[in-house]
Write a protein of this length. Structure first.
Length: 203
């Protein structure tokens, strides 16, 4: 069934059991991949009152598995993920009209994902969090070095008072800003150009 998830439109949700049946794998295998994609890509899901995954955005699931999944380890069948690719077979219980509506919603959702990928807007949430942590620590370390300028600032105050302190602090801030920029540039330079593939799942 489809649930209204956000203002962008309707997102078709499938249960883990439906995905497992379609792909010919165990529910545990699908649950493992869903957990990875939720953690690393913010995969849209619907949860029940016990915080268990009750529905998964099938378009997002297929897209992320095809884009980030490991072809060597992931043995589950790959389905089309592009707007023009084949649409997975819908559960037989759905009516023809409902099936057509879901197919249209899925096509729109996939096109949005493809557009986002082409624009470089898809990033792994776990890697983004790690990068922000590294950046934060880098900035923190550089700011902490301000204390080493205490003697220079004290000397400036003794010679020129508040005006001298202001000049000394401005100079220190400029130097720290430059060091932070250089340090972050080095972090970016050493970072891999592409994300590593997500480890696959086994049936």
């Amino acid at each position: 069934m489809a649930d209204r998830v956000n203002s962008d439109g309707l997102i078709v949700m499938w249960s883990i059991g439906q995905i497992a049946e379609r792909d010919g794998v165990s529910k545990a295998a699908v649950s493992k991949m869903v957990a990875k994609l939720v953690s690393e890509h913010n995969l849209p899901v619907r949860r029940d009152s016990r915080d268990r995954v009750a529905g998964v955005s099938i378009a997002d699931y297929d897209h992320h598995r095809a884009f980030f999944g490991s072809s060597e380890q992931d043995q589950t069948p790959q389905v089309g993920t592009g707007a023009k690719g084949p649409t997975p077979n819908l559960p037989p219980s759905e009516s023809r009209d409902e099936a057509l509506r879901q197919e249209a919603w899925m096509r729109v959702r996939r096109q949005k994902l493809e557009d986002a990928k082409a624009a470089g807007q898809l990033v792994r949430a776990d890697i983004l969090a790690e990068a922000l942590t590294v950046a934060g620590r880098t900035i923190q370390a550089e700011v902490a070095r301000l204390q080493h300028r205490a003697d220079d600032i004290a000397l400036a105050v003794s010679k020129e008072g508040t005006s001298g302190a202001r000049i000394a602090l401005r100079k220190a801030a400029e130097e720290i800003s430059n060091r932070i920029a250089d340090a972050l540039a080095k972090v970016a330079e050493n970072a891999p150009e592409m994300d590593e593939a997500i480890e696959g799942i086994e049936e």
